[in-house]
Design a protein around this ligand. Sequence first.
Ligand SMILES: Nc1ncnc2c1ncn2[C@@H]1O[C@H](COP(=O)(O)OP(=O)(O)OP(=O)(O)O)[C@@H](O)[C@H]1O
Length: 280
Amino acid sequence: MPNQGDAAGGAVGAGSAPETPYGGRAAVRVEGLWKRFGEQVAVAGIDLELPAGRFIGLVGPNGAGKTTTLSMVTGLLRPDMGRVLVAGHDVWADPVAVKSRIGVLPEGLRLFERLSGRELLGYMGRLRGMPGDETDKRATQLLDVLDLAGSQHKLVVDYSTGMRKKIGLAAALLHNPEVLFLDEPFEGVDPVSAQTIRGVLERYTASGATVVFSSHVMELVESLCDWVAVMAGGRIRAAGPLALVRGEAPTLQAAFLELVGAGGRTAGESLDWLGGQAAR
Ligand SMILES: Nc1ncnc2c1ncn2[C@@H]1O[C@H](COP(=O)(O)OP(=O)(O)OP(=O)(O)O)[C@@H](O)[C@H]1O
């Protein structure tokens, strides 16, 4: 099982995508990334290389630092220390180059609530500098594939949780980014919508693009991802191709519990008051 090692050293010039230890280009390269909130260290100096053209899962228990890491990688949160390169461009030194190449579906997605789904995509297209007719064409296709065509004129404020995820995903995909970052994309999404989202993402990665998504749902990560990074306590515990990280363990879930040191944790006797037979 490969533990997190140092990122292969050397400065990377803007636009040059470095090789990963597993071959191929790196979509994302993280070097010595730190973030502290007061006394709380959220991300404790991580190095990570995510290969291009893969379906990558970032997994970890609650509070592991996944959202903080994704926020720093996508330019939403400034690191205390360290550097992030996306497609060879420095996220903080060259934000426009990076933001034109990425799509983001963040946690706690904020949308323009008083626009309809269709208007939201039109607005995103303009922000991205896309020609109106191309935006219209792509918006129609995305709304159709994501099963939102019937709700396209409804205000976003009236969308359900799953519909919000789907319109957020459409907005993140509209400009055909090289790398797509998704924070818990399947949370609150029903199985039918999840299957739809999954189909769109599989098609997207099959064309050579990269998806990086965070999730707690190991079965989902195991069935979707070919590459995983496991985070706990603000550090990367393991990262690499799925089969390597899973190692001898029967499932990714078992490997994960072993890696984050929770394999033997049970309620034990500490909840002996709980249940029908206990004294009330
Ligand atoms: N804005 C903030 N202010 C203070 N502490 C924060 C802030 N954001 C995150 N933290 C802390 O940093 C740590 C990492 O949080 P983060 O949200 O990155 O974890 P996570 O892996 O995404 O967790 P979850 O799976 O529960 O969403 C936690 O201890 C959290 O309490």
